[in-house]
Design a protein around this ligand. Structure first.
Ligand SMILES: Cc1cc2nc3c(=O)[nH]c(=O)nc-3n(C[C@H](O)[C@H](O)[C@H](O)COP(=O)(O)OP(=O)(O)OC[C@H]3O[C@@H](n4cnc5c(N)ncnc54)[C@H](O)[C@@H]3O)c2cc1C
Length: 204
């Protein structure tokens, strides 16, 4: 399937592509691997809480791609700010950039409750070695690993977002309060709006 890293699709499951139940999910796989589509879904409500019990072989209907959370070709680099399952579109971007041998400077600030609740924790170090990628984990309940401790705060963002880089593009996806905070910090840095890209999962 053709999609740009960062985009999403509407998913419905058997018995019908016309099922009333259709939910949006970002692609988490590389856009370069067109024979394979991967979604990463957090169990939350009526549809997603049953996703773990879907039988292998069940037909899945995917409508898309949609969305504009995409890295411009001419971006000189990117800063990704993710919270929880908001890492999914960013993971697709990182995997895609890795598959393309991208050499632009990248930074990921990734807030979760702790290492055991951190998606892609095993794969991120590999991406760090393949890309020019700096990773900062922000753990509410950290173990022994190097990280920022506690909830993501303006102070952490101030210290961890590269300074004097208005030329970079900034991507934000996570819980609404975290996204609001990140947008405020970037606004105070006079980052122009066309360089700030957001995907809000909570559309209610
Ligand atoms: C563009 C886009 C991309 C997205 N990408 C992803 C993705 O990659 N991965 C992903 O996991 N999600 C993603 N989402 C969110 C996902 O679409 C919703 O979580 C999902 O559709 C909810 O469907 P549901 O039937 O399970 O929940 P519903 O039953 O419809 O619940 C709706 C709302 O009720 C609340 N709610 C229900 N149960 C709980 C609970 N136990 N605790 C707290 N609140 C609750 C939540 O506020 C929730 O949003 C994306 C959303 C958008 C708009």
């Amino acid at each position: 399937m053709h999609f740009a890293a960062g985009q999403f699709a509407w998913l419905s499951l058997e018995p019908s592509a016309l099922a009333l139940q259709q939910n949006p999910f970002s692609f988490s796989s590389s856009a370069e691997r067109r024979d394979r589509v991967e979604l990463t879904i957090k169990e939350l409500g009526d549809f997603t809480s049953t996703i773990g019990s879907v039988r292998p072989g069940t037909a899945a209907f995917i409508e898309g791609p949609y969305g504009a959370l995409v890295i411009p070709d001419n971006a000189s680099g990117a800063v990704f700010i993710a919270g929880g399952v908001g890492i999914t579109p960013i993971m697709s971007m990182l995997r895609t950039l890795s598959d393309r041998g991208d050499t632009r400077p990248l930074a990921l600030i990734y807030a979760t409750s702790g290492p055991e609740r951190t998606l892609f924790l095993d794969e991120l170090p590999t991406l760090r070695t393949r890309l020019q990628l700096e990773i900062v984990h922000v753990f509410e309940n950290p173990g022994q690993e190097p990280c920022e401790r506690g909830m993501l705060t303006a102070d952490i963002l101030e210290r961890r977002i590269p300074v004097d880089r208005p030329d970079l593009h900034y991507f934000i996806c996570g819980p609404s309060p975290m996204m609001d905070l990140a947008e405020q910090v970037l606004a105070l840095r006079d980052i122009s709006m066309d360089r700030i890209h957001v995907e809000r999962f909570d559309i209610a």
